[in-house]
Each structure stands twice: as C-alpha cells, then as structure tokens.
Design a binder for this molecule. Sequence first.
Ligand code: PMT
Length: 393
Amino acid sequence: MKCAVLGITGSIAAYKACDIISALKKANIDVRVILTDAGAKFITPLALESIAHTPVVTDMFSRERPWEVEHIALAKRADVFLVAPASANFLGKAACGIADDMLTTTILATKAPVLVAPAMNTNMYLHPQVQANIQALKARGYRMIEPANGMLACGDVGIGRLAEVDCIVEAALQALQIKQDLVGKRILVSAGPTQERIDPVRYITNRSSGKMGYALAEAAMERGAAVTLVSGPTNLQTPAGVTRIDVQSSEDMYNELTARFADCDAVLMAAAPADFTPESVATQKIKKDGESLSLLLKPTKDILASLGKLKKQQRLLGFAAETQSLEENAQIKLKKKNLDMIAANDVTAEGVGFNVETNAVTVYKADGSKEQSGLMTKRALADWLLDRLFSGV
Ligand code: PMT
C-alpha cells in the first residue's frame, strides 16, 4: 500500500484536510498526518485520527514510541509528502531549511516528491517574501498546488484560497503514479482455489493462494474501478474498498460470477476453479477399511467459457496455468473461451504461478499480438495486465 504523509499547518482551511484524507483513503492510500501546533488550533488530532485511522503526530519529542526515530520513519515511509494547507509561516521555514517542529524536520528528511498547497490572505500570498519563498521551494523541486481566487475567510476577495480538494488529491495520485483510468468501470475479479467436497470432512483443492487475483482486485480498485472479488478460500486480507464474495466450490464460483456478469465491464479470471468435482458427496465421513478408494469425478462447468458465450461489452481476461506447450494451450483457451486476452504462466518456473509473490506471463490477445511481462511482483503484474486489457478502451 502506498503512503502519503500529510502536513497540516495553521490555516482556517485545515478543516478541508478531512476531505483530503478521506479521498486518499478511498484510493487505498495509507495516510499519515503531521499536525503543527498552529494547525491544531483549527482542527483536532481526534477528528483527523477518526478519518485517517492512524495516530496523528504533533509532538517532535513525544516518547510514546521511543524505539523509532519518528521523523525519519515517516520521511522514509512517505511515497508522497503533501502539505495542505501550507501557511506563510511554513513556506518561510521550509524555504530556509528551518527544522523546529515535526513537520519542518520530517520534510527535510524525505526523498519523496513534495507537494505544497498554500492557503492564506491575498496580501500575504502576494507579499514579495512569500513569493520568494515559493520560488525557492519550486527551485528545490517542490510542486506548488496553486491557491484559488475567491472569497477568503477574512472577508477579502482574491487569490489565497486553498485549491479544491479534488485538485489536491489528483496531484497526490499523480505523484504516486496511480492512474485513475478505470473510474466508472465495474470489474469482477476471481481469485484463489475452490474446494470440491468429497464427504463432510474432506475435499479436493489445488495450490492457488489467491495472491494474483487479490493483486488484480487491489490494482483495479486503486485505478478507480468498482471491484467485486469472488474468492475461493484463502488467508488473504480483502483490499480496502473491494467488495468480496466468498465461495467454496467451482459451482458456487460459477453462480456468483454469472449472476453479476451482465452488469460488469470486465472479468479478470485469476482463480483456479476445479476442473473436476466428485460425482456425489458422501453424507457421512467415508471410513477407511484397508481397501483402496476410487472416487468418480465429473467435469465442472467451464466458467470462463460460459461467460465468453454471454459476452457483450465486457472484456475478458483469462489465465492459463501450464506445465507444457504454453503457447499452444494458451491460444486454444483464448479462442475456445472467447477471451480478449489470456495470461499464460509456466507454473513449473521458479517464482512463477502458485503461492509465490512474483509471476511472469506471456499474454496473447484476440488480435493475434503477444507480449512477455518478465518476472515481477504480482502487484506490479496486475497493473501491467490492466494496462494491456484496457489499452485503447
Ligand atoms: O492464486 P496464486 O497462488 O496467486 O496463483 C496464481 C495462479 C497460478 C492461480 C494464476 O496465475 C492462474 O494461472 N490462474 C488460472 C488457473 C487455472 O485454472 O488455469 P487453467 O489453465 O486451468 O484455466 C484457464 C482459465 O479458465 C483460467 O482463467 C481459469 O480461471 C478458468 N477456468 C478454469 C476452470 C473452470 N472450471 N472454469 C474456468 O473458468
């Protein structure tokens, strides 16, 4: 999960920090808040903590967590450092490298991109010293999110109002390189194995951990999609903002996916549903009597092939878990299931496929093109796949 450190300084616009935190949290970003003493005159740590769900840092010398040098820990943790609202006092101190509180100290220690959203009275904002400070910070690589024109809290009309929350959040997402290209899309993701019951205490399953599907769900959600994750049994945590539906068998997965298919824009089928299930489920535990046991298995429904037949506007991404003839088998599945794209993973290769953090695939598209991803984390691969599935859409 990416992390934004948000510095809040003394300005009446400090209350808008609640909306900024809320929007960043919705984009699945871990938000850490540093509140200056002047900021705390306008908004309470309790209000901010209630939204951020993490402790708000105010005191440079707090001994609550003595084992970590907190300003360094926060500076390192930040993927983006945002100061909103930024007061004239903050701009002056930051421009001169003064480090006399938690915010100005932490900002000196960070290597993350720094975004600053000033908010103050027009005359203060236009004062040559404040403008010189802004130029000095810009020259240092800080990005200014320019204030807006309008009625100010003091009654004056002019430039100095904190930029709109949407602009601030968009700038932060851009700095985090989180695209918002899937806003408005409804995406169904399947993940994990299924369990096919033999009797009340036994089942057949496979080695899928769900990691690939959960990574896809998280990536799609962060890029703005409304994501429903249909998951077989896993030990994974549901990514924040994703709706999860738990299923056990391949039949359950079929039912949940087909019921939601008409209303979705894409299905990302990373699950490994069983291809076979016992012909009948014993009502009592099967006793061992020293003899071998034969299980009669029947084929399950091919979920993707069924969705492929129903397909209208939806885009379908399938996976092919192969141990041999990768390209040939993937191409057959691409056509037979009427997919837009299939990601074939050679599950015999090191660091690829079941229950590992990384994966490598070759994608084959319905237009005949083919591309290799190389080995990367499943989370990075998820974005790589979404880029290709939705390119040109
Ligand atoms: O879960 P992880 O541990 O992270 O591992 C990831 C993975 C290896 C499970 C994943 O990358 C993957 O390859 N998933 C597909 C596994 C699979 O069932 O492959 P398949 O080649 O048997 O099936 C082809 C496609 O048809 C798949 O998209 C599969 O979801 C789908 N299918 C399979 C069986 C079935 N009854 N209905 C289906 O829709």
